[in-house]
Design a binder for this molecule. Structure first.
Ligand code: ADP
Length: 172
């Protein structure tokens, strides 16, 4: 039997956007199984709990699983290369947006390669239409009442609106 190629796509996914989904769809085409690792990332002060972020990613990836792609969504809060080994991933997938992502991603890939030379980092580019989307701006635009329908799924949009309602109420 040939070995299954497992890819790990880590991120904060606070919340998952159409940009992430573009990378996930491409990722499914290059590995046999994709593990989406949702970072606890408490230091970044995420808007959604880890459980809520996992559940949103699970929801948005259901159509891909229905198409037969093998996708697992797991929370993690340990060292990325250790988590990659735990799930049997030989490759870490990351998305590259503009030049602004490059320096951080370049450093992270280099450091991870030092920590485990067996694990390769592969960068994927989202389509032109989704490249500029970032979770941070989706949150800012949404909070200020802008239309975020083209950046996230309808289910995620609802979750964001619920959060904003609570946030606005607690401000009053
Ligand atoms: P992190 O905190 O690890 O940066 P994110 O959820 O912001 O987590 O991003 C996870 C990965 O997805 C990163 O590699 C990021 O560059 C990539 N990514 C996010 N949005 C997009 C997008 N619109 N197009 C391409 N890649 C993206």
């Amino acid at each position: 039997m040939t070995k299954k190629h497992v890819g790990l796509y880590p991120g904060t996914f606070d919340p998952v956007t159409k940009g992430h989904m573009d990378i996930i769809t491409r990722g499914c085409r290059v590995v046999d199984k994709l593990v989406i690792a949702v970072a606890r990332n408490d230091r970044k002060g995420p808007l959604f709990s880890t459980e809520a972020r996992v559940s949103m990613v699970l929801h948005d990836t259901a159509p891909l699983r229905d198409k037969g792609f093998e996708i697992e969504v797991l929370p993690f809060d340990n060292l990325l290369v250790n988590f990659a080994r735990e799930v049997g991933a030989g490759v870490i997938l990351r998305g590259l947006r503009a030049v602004s992502d490059f320096e951080y991603e370049f450093q992270m890939a280099g450091m991870n390669a030092r920590l485990d030379a067996e694990i390769e980092t592969v960068f994927l580019m989202a389509s032109e239409k989704q490249q500029f989307i970032s979770s941070r701006f989706v949150k800012e635009i949404g909070y200020l009442g802008g239309d975020i329908a083209s950046f996230v799924s309808p289910a995620t949009k609802l979750k964001l609106e619920e959060k904003f309602k609570i946030m606005r109420k607690s401000k009053d």
